[in-house]
Design a protein around this ligand. Sequence first.
Ligand SMILES: [Zn+2]
Length: 316
Amino acid sequence: MSSLFAGNESAMTVLKHAVKGANHHAYLIYGEEGLGKRTFAMLFAKAFLCTARSGRPCGVCRSCKKVENQVHPDLKILIGEKRGSIHVESIREIRKDCVVKPNDGELKIYLIANIQHMTEEAFNAFLKTLEEPSLHTIFILTAEHLDQLPETVVSRVSPVELYPVPEESAALWLRKRFPETPLEECLRAAQASGGNLGKAEKRLSLPELSEISGTLELLCSAVSAKREYDLLKALAVYEKDKAKQVQLLGEFLQVLRQALLGRSGKQARAIQACLQKRQLIALIGLTEEIREKLSTNANGSLVSAYCCSEMRKIIA
Ligand SMILES: [Zn+2]
């Protein structure tokens, strides 16, 4: 487990303090896709509910086992799968359930993953829950980025940011996960994903992703070198395959966000060196807009052409 979160000492420290009793009533674990937010949230929940005297979570007590099997009566899990999928009814149910005392121990944990997928109404109801915390309740929340959430919610939670792990540690972890794969290839996957284990794992297990990564590379270098022709070429690759185009733009979005935050990763560093902050913000907005357009019934070729002309204006 520790190598999974190598380089995340600050998050581990929050967890250790929280378990020792210095707990806040709501934690928000955030970071890009693939960093293990859900795994970390479960580890957090397990630590809170573990009945061992020290070294929590012990992983062997009855409570830890129940959490692992997701049958602990004091752990409720709600997962937002897509935009707007966490409805106000679910939050109202949680609010009602909050006041009921825990079954087994002293705490009740509500793990809500991807809270960015709450509807506006759900957010409002949730805000009220955060404003009137009950003593035995702890919320463990996850989201990708703080800017996806209302400030009123962010200001009432204790944020815990997750970071990619150092590339060498990532490579060693991948080697254990894929014992058949040579270490060199694991290291390449770790480097290409900037230490994001989830992404590196996907890269090694889904060969079609390396196809997308070639196009992503072309798109990123076109943007950093401001080469219009390559930009057009990269965006045209999947104009007839919307699912892949959405995937490509999703990967591109993550590179842009990494660049904006000044994070590692070869592509992010190259883009960061060539674009100003306002250009990065504009590109992120545009890429989000295009991805949204593609997920509705928009025509792929038209969207690609629009995307290309707008990107050219931003990076010019
Ligand atoms: Zn335990």
